[in-house]
Design a protein around this ligand. Structure first.
Ligand SMILES: [Mg+2]
Length: 370
């Protein structure tokens, strides 16, 4: 039994540019303003976690919450005791969804420490490998059809087998892009569609999803606003394409509500929105019990957050759709190096003890928000 203790906890706000601006129904993202969590233990090891959250575009406030509220409570804790940590975090942090990303970042750093101490990758602490590779999906921003085709051809040339087409208000543009992708690549390309809540009414979403049916899409993600579970259920019932919930489901209790409302065929699970790997796993377990499909989503995360998502994707009981576990590829630079290996569009399992990332202190300083 480990008697290891956390001796220091710090969150550093960072800003890392994307390789190119990314446009979806949520707007245009040019940088990821996140946080990096550093947890030191009494055996001299360093655990790394990431606070990733696009929703208000600034990890700095969450880093401040970690440094002022969580750090005093976490120092002295055994990093293996993540269930106890979750209870402490719930007591210490103000109620609010955004704080889930901070909890996730700290829990990831604790699990990194625990995995290193155990000499095992983090996925071993979550039940071990349930699969030997994870099919990846790469996202295509909202753009004119020729640009969508060009980017998809580039990705296909790199070996990726599934793309996710982002849709916004212009439904004709979305249908044209999906039709053009199918015409150019044939049945071999997996096509996902993500509306990021772009439809206002269930009947509009039904009309749009029916227009997409002939092109054999794997799923249509979050056609309606997050709270409209009844509408999502209506779209599901009226169409043949699997409907995926993303913005509707952050935490395990959201997943429970979405499952009870029959709002989704598949739930897209995010480590930061769930509140960490163990909460994300709880959602996956709910899905397994309820017969609902699972995908793993991305903010997109930097390397540390992507590694956390990878450990989840490799260990969940079911994984039904190609997943977005490649956030680091969208960024120009990083503050860690990862051991993530992608082969023929599949992610291979991390094998090093812990999270499998190495912090680059110089890069951390270069990206630090002051
Ligand atoms: Mg989504």
């Amino acid at each position: 039994m480990s008697t290891m203790r956390v001796t220091r906890l710090e969150a550093v706000p960072v800003s890392v540019p994307l390789r190119e601006p990314f446009t979806s129904a949520l707007g245009t993202q040019t940088t990821s303003d996140y946080g990096i969590v550093l947890a030191e233990a009494d055996d001299g090891s360093l655990g790394v976690g990431e606070i990733s959250l696009i929703w208000h575009g600034d990890g700095a406030a969450l880093c401040d919450a970690v440094n002022t509220l969580l750090a005093p409570a976490v120092v002295g804790m055994n990093p293996f005791e993540v269930t106890r940590f979750q209870a402490v975090a719930a007591d210490v942090l103000a109620f609010g969804r955004h704080s889930l990303a901070a909890v996730a970042g700290v829990e990831t750093a604790l699990l990194d420490l625990a995995g290193q101490a155990a000499g095992q990758p983090v996925h071993s602490l979550l039940g071990g490998l349930a699969r030997d590779r994870v099919p990846l999906s790469m996202s295509l921003p909202v753009a004119p059809v020729p640009q969508v085709l060009a980017r998809a051809a580039e990705l296909a040339g790199q070996g990726f087998r599934t793309v996710k087409v982002k849709g916004a208000g212009d439904h004709d543009l979305l249908v044209a892009a999906v039709a053009a992708l199918r015409a150019e690549h044939g049945p071999g390309l997996g096509i996902r569609v993500d509306l990021n809540m772009a439809c206002r009414l269930a009947k509009d979403a039904v009309t749009l999803v029916r227009r997409l049916e002939p092109y054999g899409v794997l799923s249509v993600e979050q056609p309606l606003p997050a709270a409209d579970l009844d509408g999502m259920a209506e779209v599901r019932a009226a169409t043949a394409v699997p409907i995926m919930a993303d913005e509707s489901v952050w935490s395990p209790d959201d997943a429970w509500r979405a499952i009870r409302a029959r709002a989704a065929d598949v739930i897209n699970i995010y480590v930061p929105e769930a509140g960490g790997l163990t909460a994300a796993r709880r959602i996956a377990d709910l899905c397994a019990v309820a017969g609902v499909g699972v995908a793993v989503g991305s903010m997109p995360e930097l390397g540390a957050g992507t590694a956390a998502a990878a450990h989840l994707a490799f260990s969940v009981p079911r994984l039904d759709q190609p997943s977005d576990v490649a956030g680091h590829l969208y960024h120009a630079g990083d503050v860690v190096t990862t051991e993530l290996v992608i082969e023929d569009g599949f992610l291979l399992p991390p094998t090093s003890p812990g999270l499998g990332v190495r912090l680059d202190r110089d890069r951390l300083e270069a990206c630090r928000i002051r």
